[in-house]
Design a protein. Sequence first.
Length: 610
Amino acid sequence: MKKFLAIAAILLHSLGLSAQAQMLSDHHAMMRIDVTGRYLLLPVQEREENANIRVIAGGKEVMSFNARLAADKVDYYVPLDLSRFADAKTLLLDVTFHANRRTTGAVKGFVCWKEIRQSDTFDTTNLEQFRPYYHHTPVYGWMNDPNGMFYKDGVWHLYYQWNPYGSQWENMTWGHSTSRDLVHWEAQPAAIEPDALGAIFSGSCVIDKDNTAGFGAGAVVAMYTSAGQNQTQSIAYSTDGGKTFTKYDRNPVITLDAPDFRDPKMFWFEATKRWIVVLAVGQEVQFYSSPDLKNWTYESSFGREYGNHDGVWECPDLLKLAGTEVTSPFNLKTSQPQRFEKWVLLLNINPGGPFGGSATQYFVGQFDGHKFTCEDAPEETKWMDYGKDHYATVTFSNAPDNRTVAIAWMSNWQYANQVPTQQFRSANSIPRDLHLAQLDGETYLVSTPSKEMLAMRAKAVKKGSATGRKDFKNLLKKNHGAYEITATLDMQKSEQAQLTLLNNKGEEVVIGFDTAKKEYYFDRTKSGQTAFSDDFASVTRAPLPDVGRYQLRIFVDKASIEIFIDPGFGNSGLFPMTSIVFPSEPYNHLRFDGKGKARIEDLNIYLLEK
């Protein structure tokens, strides 16, 4: 970060402001800006409380946002794009501070007044040790839920909850990235920004190919939560493939007397020839239908007596998925698999996850265009992922080849604002194709790493097999912290095995398997930096089917580990586990410990390349 500040200082040199800030009270200041550069670079100090900044041009407020302006130390800079005010030669910043000045000092002495500068450039070169190599991240600023994802004309569009003015949650805006392969992402300008109805919370996009809304055939229509005094649902449309959006002039389109009413996910239901939207409403979800994406009719509710209710329900998604019924569990060679289709309701919850904080649960059943009927027992909770860092999971609309591709936010609300990065915060999980599997009469959601991940592999380094304890020191001796491990694990009843990733600093993560307890676990208590939160150092556990032979795929990327176990379906992840980690250097040593006859076979390391 020191290097980041030094580069910023060079960029700022000789581009000063025309006037000093005028102090009007202990909590209020104004500053006149003569526009001479492309960006106004605002100094941020994360320990400070937010200040509200109103941008005034010609006597009219043209923008308002919050930023943690630096009091005595600059952590980093964020850019206010002045080109958006093209006709304004001067701007007035009206700044109100909300923190107790008795603890933070006099506003007139804050370093922010001396450090605010204009510049024609803003350097987004990666300066973070923990920025992932092949996971999507914002180039700067805070990111949480993925939003509005869709595929069109060969391009995957990923929108996300974004704070352009700091690396902690605030100023919710739809950021935007695009990709042609689900791996390499290109940052785009902000797509949907706050307005008089409030901040822009989570939502979804659909392709209106038949012009039901009247915005044009093939228009991209977004529905999002306007988070003002109340949470309401608004729409916007794009006629340039999702680059820019125009907000509907009769927003909001759905309102409700409820404090938590958000995160619309839309899709077309062919049988009734209507659009469906599912919304999270406190401790349940509600379904609405519409012929035109503008006028919505309430259909039904679900969830009051089902699943986990330890927190607020958020970010729902309703999917129709294909599945395979295995008559002899996990033995596809001797059984004839039966195909079926069912509906799955993804439902994110915070708090209430199996290991604290946020997580994604799901329900299996049927949907008739009006009502979702769940086949699971009301008291049963099924988790999509058993790590601590897999939340706000949603899927792409209009994915090709009838695929259902999901991406999650890879963090946890318990510590997301405190993780040890500053230029940006948070990444997304790798993309996963979803389908179903039925075992012993129970239907489960299966996550498979999307096929695009195979293209990341460099030549494999192979290292045979091992029974008992064995160190595989040379496999990871030289790596950049981004690789995939594949292996076969053979275990008998009442056996244990561990795969441990270590580095030269004594930091390690342990992936353990216990057939007696029918579980596997991930231990990150000694993984590296953990002191930033009491909730971070943890051991998470997931079910381990009693089948004796498991195919493993483990994705490591500087600050994350995603584990997929295939117990017989072929490249699947029946109970995946996603966790973030912050080692001081890459894990460069792999060790296997097998108890009894537990055996690791066909071990491969693929360094992953962009």
